[in-house]
Design a protein around this ligand. Structure first.
Ligand SMILES: NC(=O)c1ccc[n+]([C@@H]2O[C@H](COP(=O)([O-])OP(=O)(O)OC[C@H]3O[C@@H](n4cnc5c(N)ncnc54)[C@H](O)[C@@H]3O)[C@@H](O)[C@H]2O)c1
Length: 267
């Protein structure tokens, strides 16, 4: 039975051409939403969009369109929001997902410039998209979902820059939730643990022992596997469609990676 529980809602998803963003786009289109996805990869964005349009046509509900946008460029984010609004005359939900995890290394090997660039990509882009979308979200009492990370709460080996950006996303989400409650806009974050995506596959491919890297990634969860992009998409859809008394909350989706004691010291 079709479940169009987000029918005719407009949803903007940054970094929607692959990985978690694509999982969100699929689940929202399945729920009947009109998804506007962006990415800095035009070919991949067009491909994903064509698949989603075909899905919408098959089920007779939902829609998808693609806007090229490099979220490091403020004017391109502004264009994304305005284009989505002109296409659908409203914006119900914004999912800030685009982001990157640089290869692991100690602080000594990260330059200040690398850190600044990552802040632009993972954090300033989120602030800018919220700022430009909020005037429209307030009109319909919509909601924002910012993709943070489990490591924002746990820390991670040789990932100081990434963890700092994701911690900031989670903290920013709570502050914005306070401000926007008066306007009826809910603001939540989602913190995934290990989700199998092209970004994760790149890390596997770059590892000295790829099979071991994948096995370690799977074994980091008490559930013994990585999460799927569809599972993250379904959590985001629940937050947008059903969790109407929930704001300022960081929603973990981690397969229990943070549970229990384990061997942590390397000595
Ligand atoms: N995969 C995981 O295990 C995991 C865990 C925690 C958090 N996250 C976060 O989830 C988000 C998505 O991760 P993923 O694993 O799906 O990554 P991914 O690399 O597979 O996909 C990233 C998406 O973002 C887009 N993107 C990247 N840079 C961009 C830019 N400058 N402008 C516009 N779009 C851009 C890419 O085109 C792609 O569509 C990221 O914010 C990541 O930090 C991922």
């Amino acid at each position: 039975m079709a479940d169009f529980r987000y029918e005719n809602k407009t949803v903007i998803i940054t970094g929607g051409s692959r990985g978690i963003g694509k999982g969100c786009a699929q689940e929202f289109v399945r729920a009947g939403a009109k998804v506007v996805l962006c990415s800095n990869d035009r070919a991949e964005g067009d491909r994903t969009c064509a698949d989603l349009k075909a899905l919408a046509l098959r089920q007779g509900a939902g829609d998808a369109s693609f806007v090229y946008c490099d979220v490091r460029k403020t004017e391109e984010i502004e264009n994304l929001i305005q284009t989505a609004y002109s296409r659908h005359q409203k914006i119900d939900c914004l999912i800030n997902n685009a982001g990157w995890h640089p290869p692991h290394k100690p602080i000594d090997d990260f330059s200040i410039e690398e850190f600044r660039d990552l802040i632009d990509l993972n954090l300033i882009s989120v602030f800018a998209a919220c700022k430009f979308a909020l005037p429209y979200l307030r009109q319909v009492r919509g909601n924002i979902i910012n993709i943070a990370s489990l490591v924002a709460a746990m820390g991670q080996l040789h990932a100081t820059t990434y963890v700092a950006t994701k911690g900031a996303v989670a903290a920013f989400t709570k502050a914005l939730a306070i401000d926007e409650a008066a306007n009826g806009v809910r603001v939540n974050s989602v913190s995934p643990g290990n989700i199998y995506t092209p970004l994760w596959q790149e890390a596997i491919d770059a590892a000295a022992d790829p099979a071991q890297c994948r096995a370690d990634g799977e074994a980091a969860q008490v559930m013994g596997r990585m999460g799927t992009i569809e599972e993250v998409g379904r959590l985001c859809l629940f937050i947008a469609a059903e969790a109407t008394f929930t704001t300022g909350v960081d929603h973990r989706i981690s397969g229990g990676a943070e549970l229990g004691y384990g061997r942590k010291s390397r000595t």
